[in-house]
Design a protein around this ligand. Structure first.
Ligand SMILES: *Cc1c(COP(=O)(O)O)cnc(C)c1O
Length: 465
């Protein structure tokens, strides 16, 4: 039998990985040819790879490791829970202490009367729950025709059939016959790319009013809910103009449409409050949670719903659930994670230290010749790369070509910064210190300079005509 350890030579690990492991969102043949980087450990905001390099993780894993890597308290809680009760379900009139304690804590932290939690193993499953939840809600209220869910182009709500349909990623819809029926997509509030000659405020209102128009076109009696991320994450850290959210809230109230805030990224301190809904001043009926809920230490997600929604759903048997809904180990770890965020006042750290410092350094990146706009909310930020700032012009090359080059330059300089098209995005662990922000920015600037050199060398510094 082959024993696979971290001590195997990197090339051998890469060969085995290429032979047997199918990576998500990856052209696997292309990756196999060059070899995946093997991550062997992590501490704080740094990853270590099999060659001993230390990489600053500007993405907190996949936007999830809010409290940073290497927190032994979470490991200890997991071990204790595994010894005591490694697994039990909550389907058939049973419950357990981690499920009870985590639910009570979430009800305390969530705004208003968002007091009831339905669990899943991640954000995709939770959004699938939401599709069934809102349709069941309206059916129970005697309005079974209210089925359509309105979402936005370039939204990300997960990768299952249901949640990818809710999402508005063209590349995902192009594979496997998505979206499912009953989902309608309106345009996103991305002023930089789509705002034309409008001011951001005018554009924000125009995009919000598309929701009203869609409700009128589809018929109020056919629309169940509107789902949106408070700040679009995977779509490129797109921050809506200030005029957008108040108008969305007005429209949802006026037409009796449930508002689902997908807080999978924005929740648990990312935007400088417990939830992105608080930062954007909206009142959702349902919040999707995952990622920062456990800081990624265990796979867990869920839907937090308002009293009235839970009361209506509770009138019937809701025929829905996952084997791992409220998994005791995941729930215990999530609870400990929330206690750490609270006890160490990580939200205060974001508000008073990390976010103001990052904002100042991040916005200064616009002095770089390649950087058009810089956007930041709390600890999620993006820059748009452009060959012509005045015109907000895209590159002549296929979208994402330049972003990919920049991401590769970041990776080579031991910084994880992702690209979405030709936008570069970060969402570092919330615990990042000002000194670590300096390292992040220094490496980003080196990568941007190297990208500029590369574009000049390949004669790619040209705007699309
Ligand atoms: C990541 C993400 C999801 C999906 O969560 P998974 O845990 O990957 O299933 C859903 N919504 C948003 C906003 C996300 O960023």
């Amino acid at each position: 039998m082959t024993v696979i350890t971290n001590h195997m030579p990197t090339a051998e690990l890469q060969a085995l990985d290429a032979a047997h492991h199918m990576h998500p969102f990856t052209a696997n043949a292309e990756l196999a040819a060059k070899g995946a980087r093997v991550i062997t450990g992590a501490k704080g905001v740094y990853l270590t790879d099999s060659e001993g390099e230390r990489i600053l993780d500007g993405m907190a894993g996949l936007w999830c490791v809010n409290i940073g890597y290497g927190r032994d308290e979470l490991a200890e809680v997991a071990v204790r829970q595994m010894r005591e009760l490694p697994y039990y379900n909550t389907f058939f009139q049973t419950t357990h202490v981690p499920a009870i304690a985590l639910s009570a804590k979430l009800a305390e932290l969530a705004p208003g009367d968002l007091n009831h939690v339905f669990y899943a193993s991640g954000g995709s499953e939770a959004n699938d729950t939401n599709i069934r939840l809102v349709r069941t809600y309206w059916a129970e209220k005697g309005k079974p025709s209210k089925k359509i869910i309105i979402s936005r182009k370039n939204a990300y709500h997960g990768s299952t059939v249901g949640s990818a349909s809710l999402g508005g990623m063209a590349g995902m819809h192009a594979q496997g016959g998505l979206p499912i029926p009953g989902i309608h997509h309106i345009d996103q509030p991305n002023w930089w790319a789509e705002g034309g000659d409008m001011t951001p405020e005018e554009f924000g209102l125009e995009r919000a009013r598309q929701l009203e128009q869609a409700i009128l076109d589809l018929g109020e009696d056919n629309v169940a809910a509107f789902i949106a991320e408070p700040v679009q994450g995977a779509g490129g850290v797109i921050v809506a103009p200030d005029s957008y959210w108040p108008e969305i809230q007005r429209i949802c109230d006026k037409y009796e449409i449930l508002l689902i805030a997908d807080e999978v990224i924005c929740g648990f301190g990312r935007t400088g409050n417990w939830f992105g809904s608080q930062t954007m001043n909206i009142r959702p009926d349902i919040m999707t949670i995952a990622k920062g809920l456990s800081s990624g230490y265990q796979p867990i997600g869920g839907s937090i719903v308002r009293d009235e929604v839970a009361e209506v759903i509770g009138r019937t048997e809701f025929n829905h659930g996952y084997t791992y809904s409220a998994h005791p180990v995941a729930a215990a770890v999530a609870l400990k994670n929330l206690e750490i965020i609270e006890e160490e006042d990580l939200i205060g750290h974001v508000q008073k230290v990390a976010a103001p410092y990052l904002k100042q350094k991040w916005e200064a990146l616009t002095d770089h010749p390649l950087v058009g706009e810089a956007r930041i909310v709390g600890m999620m930020a993006s820059i748009a790369l452009t060959p012509d700032k005045e015109a907000r012009a895209p590159f002549a090359t296929e979208p994402g070509t330049v972003g990919y080059i920049c991401r590769e330059r970041c990776f080579a300089n031991n910084l994880i910064m992702r690209h979405v098209g030709d936008r570069m995005i970060i969402a570092p662990p919330l615990v990042i210190s000002p000194e670590e922000v300096d390292v992040l920015i220094d490496r980003a600037r080196i990568a941007l300079d190297e990208t500029l050199d590369e574009l000049k060398r390949q004669d790619m510094l040209k705007a699309a005509s």
